[in-house]
Design a binder for this molecule. Structure first.
Ligand code: DX5
Ligand code: ZN
Length: 221
């Protein structure tokens, strides 16, 4: 297993103090900043865009920013996020007319690229684009909101995608997003994930370092 990545989702952070929250969670041991972009069209919620990503860079955040696009269409916003300091950009295949083109656009913009699969999205959509993926993100909740419960069927899907990645020989991260907690991260890791998004499990606790440390211990255990 690659060294595990903990990526706190800032959706559950205090937006009135976002820079400070992100700095604190990184100081507490987080690896990436998971940045949820929602458009009230592809998903029924509205969040933040490139300006906020740029603001975090201007504030001095240097950690990788993992931009999870839940917007439709995706192509127009990709170069804007690249310019605003995104490191990784992932999108849902249902939100792009030309998935291969969007993936290339992300890499051509200088970012790492990934696809996000909703709970009901079959894994065969990965088949012809494995060479263009740096990350595969499996949703373990339906996208749109933090604080939902982990859908257990994701464990089987993780095992299947893990096998696909290993057989492909490509260097691809397997990330999971939704309902990840201290007490289920062990089995999620055992199913093959090596990057873990957690929003409410981290930001709803007072001691971010304690949660992140326990998560890491439970991954290895
Ligand atoms: C949901 C978002 C997630 C969300 C996770 O659409 O993509 O990143 O913030 O939140 P928790 O960890 O609370 O399920
Ligand atoms: Zn997300």
């Amino acid at each position: 297993m690659k060294s595990p990545i903990i990526a706190p989702s800032i959706l559950s952070a205090d937006f009135a103090r976002l820079g400070e929250e992100v700095a604190n969670v990184l100081e507490a041991g987080a690896d990436w900043v998971h940045f949820d972009v929602m458009d009230n069209h592809y998903v029924p919620n509205l969040t933040i865009g490139p300006m906020v990503c740029q603001a975090l860079r201007d504030y001095g955040i240097t950690a990788p920013i993992d931009v999870h696009l839940m917007v439709k269409p995706v192509d127009r916003i990709i170069p804007d996020f690249a310019k605003a300091g995104a490191s990784i950009i992932t999108f849902h295949p249902e939100a792009s007319e030309h998935v291969d083109r969007s993936l290339q656009l992300i890499r051509d913009s200088g970012c790492q690229a990934g696809l996000v699969l909703n709970p009901a999205t079959p894994i065969h959509c990965l088949e012809h684009v494995m060479d263009k993926l740096d990350v595969i993100l499996l949703m373990s909740v339906n996208p749109g909101f933090g604080g939902q419960s982990f859908i257990p069927q994701t464990l089987t899907k993780l095992q299947q995608v893990r096998q696909l990645i290993d057989q492909s020989g490509y260097d691809i991260r397997l990330e999971v997003d939704g309902g990840v907690k201290k007490d289920n991260i062990g089995e999620i890791a055992a199913a093959g994930a090596d990057a873990f998004v957690a929003g409410s499990a981290i930001f709803n606790q007072a001691d971010y370092a304690e949660v992140i440390k326990t998560m890491r211990n439970n991954i290895i255990a």
